[in-house]
Structure formats: structure tokens, C-alpha cells
Design a protein. Structure first.
Length: 241
């Protein structure tokens, strides 16, 4: 990781010195699938709640440092939320699914340093991306959610479901790093660049520096592991071409 940062800094400095640089910027939205890989998976072997994925939106702003070649650089700042979920699903008589979840809510921003190579097919521009990111996060809350999905009338009142007593003693500030891999497809619409992208955030590090503990119905539970996410979205370049 250290050598990758040094290499990118040297390349950016070289581009700046040569004066062959153009700065573009834009805004975007994305829909993200979040995966938390628990460090101790055996704790869920007989547990009522099981690890689950989360789906959340986010917004981002990016800055492109464009050289006059196919090799380009980008800084991307993603703002949103992360969620670590433990869920239980049960079928109900109406044919739907009752989902009962414990949710660890986290506010976050991920700063990515990316490089890409612009390929130009017949229409648009295809850009494979690679880089790294630094993630800063603040643990916000632990909550319980109950939802019913499916066909037919709901025969269960969600408000009548038993609640879980959830308690935490701290709201830690969390910093970790990881690797980005992605792919963009860019086209021009009315002299503005619009791109559709996928960006994968993979971290080799545990999210928490030590196990995070909380109480569920007055029983201590522990949490730690690696946090990954996949973003699918669209960016609009705000500098007219």
C-alpha cells in the first residue's frame, strides 16, 4: 500500500511539472450492496440472527486529473452510510416474508485515489479502474427493524412483534483502507459527459481495531470483521466539453 501511494504521488507530480493537465469534476449517485465478513463465523452456527447484506444509496463527487494521454487519474469522495446487519427471515401465512433485523448504523466517507486507462470503442469510452481508498467512519446507532414483504394481506401487525433490548457503551471512530477495482462507461449527452460505473471496495483489514461489544437482551455480543461494498451508479461531469 505504501509503495502504491508513493508511485501515484510521483506520477501526479510529474504530470503537474509538465503542465499537461486538465481538471474536470462532477457529481454522482450510486446504489451500494454492503458485505460484512465476520471474523468469527462460528458464533452464528446456532444463532437466531444470521449475517445479512445491506442495500443503501450514496452520493459522490469526483475530480479527474486528465493528461493528454489515455492514462488518467481520479479522486473520488463517496458520502453515505454503512450498515452491518444480522437478520432472521420467516414465512407467514399470507405468503410473505417476515424479516427481523439487528442493524449497526455507521456514517461514512470513502476517499478513493484511482487510475484508469481510457479505451475508445465505436461509441463512448470504456475505462477500467484500479486504485486504493481510505475510509473514515463514525458508529451512529444500533437498532432493530421489522418488515413484511410479499404477496397477499399482512396477517401480522409489525408493532406487536417483541422488541429486542439493544445497548452500546461507545460510538467509535473507525478508519481503515482498502483496494478499489471498477469499470466505467462514458458517453456524451448535449456536450456533457455522463458515465455509468461499478466500483468495488475491498479491504484486507478488520473494520474495528478490536472487537466491538454490544448487549442484545442483556447478553454481550461481539463484532469484528472485514467490510466490503459494491457501488453501481451514474456520474455527471459538470464541465462542458
Amino acid at each position: 500500500m505504501r509503495y502504491l501511494i508513493i508511485t501515484i504521488c510521483i506520477l501526479l507530480f510529474s504530470v503537474k511539472v509538465s503542465g499537461q493537465i486538465q481538471i474536470d469534476w462532477g457529481l454522482g449517485i450510486s446504489y451500494n450492496t454492503h458485505f460484512f465478513v465476520h471474523k468469527d463465523k462460528s458464533q452464528f452456527e446456532y444463532s437466531f440472527f444470521q449475517p445479512d447484506v445491506a442495500h443503501l444509496p450514496s452520493v459522490n463527487v469526483h475530480f479527474d486529473l486528465k493528461t493528454y494521454s489515455a492514462f488518467q487519474f481520479r479522486c473520488n469522495l463517496n458520502f453515505g452510510a454503512k450498515r452491518i446487519m444480522l437478520s432472521n427471515r420467516q414465512r407467514i401465512p399470507s405468503g410473505g416474508i417476515l424479516k427481523n433485523s439487528i442493524e449497526h448504523e455507521i456514517t461514512s466517507s470513502d476517499l478513493s485515489f484511482l487510475s484508469y486507462y481510457a479505451l475508445k470503442p465505436k461509441f463512448g469510452e470504456l475505462r477500467p479502474l484500479i486504485g486504493f481508498y481510505i475510509s473514515t467512519n463514525k458508529y451512529a446507532a444500533i437498532t432493530q427493524s421489522i418488515s413484511i414483504r410479499g404477496r397477499g394481506p399482512n396477517l401480522i401487525d409489525e408493532s406487536m412483534m417483541p422488541s429486542i433490548t439493544l445497548e452500546i457503551e461507545e460510538h467509535p471512530f473507525i478508519v481503515y483502507a482498502g483496494i478499489n477495482l471498477g469499470l466505467n462507461y462514458s458517453i456524451k449527452i448535449q456536450n456533457r459527459e455522463v458515465e455509468f460505473f461499478s466500483l468495488l471496495y475491498l479491504s484486507p483489514f478488520d473494520m474495528f481495531s478490536s472487537d466491538f461489544s454490544y448487549l442484545a437482551n442483556f447478553q454481550e455480543e461481539r463484532l469484528n470483521g472485514k467490510y466490503h461494498q459494491l457501488s453501481l451508479g451514474m456520474n455527471l461531469n459538470l464541465k462542458r466539453k
